[in-house]
Ligand binder design. Sequence first.
Ligand code: SF4
Ligand code: SF4
Length: 122
Amino acid sequence: MKAFECKQCGECCRGEGGIRVQGDEIGRIARFLSITPAEFLSERCYFRHGRYYINTGADGFCAFFDKEKQCTIHPVKPLPCTLWPFYPALLNDPENWIMAQDACPGINPGSSFEEFRRQSRG
Ligand code: SF4
Ligand code: SF4
């Protein structure tokens, strides 16, 4: 078994913090949704401390998460979603990697930290 293999559980799409969107991502996602960047930001995002984040639905999941289809903007999803779980914080600190195993069932606790790092490099 790989050090990481997504189980499609959707847990990483849940949480009140929201996912940050920035730069070119805004235009790409807006085009994908056939709306303008301004509409995307005003209708599908919220602004906090100078940054835009994707809205969270009443169920606590990202507004673009669908229980059957999973991410409905998958081809243009923002960088944090593309990177997960290979975040620098996890790749540089084995304690964070261990903690992330509770949040993401796709991270194989039976593998080593080094295997996880190796997989991140492709
Ligand atoms: S929490 Fe992990 S296993 Fe679940 S969908 Fe996200 S990446 Fe995949
Ligand atoms: S953009 Fe897609 S992958 Fe990212 S949190 Fe929302 S539903 Fe999940």
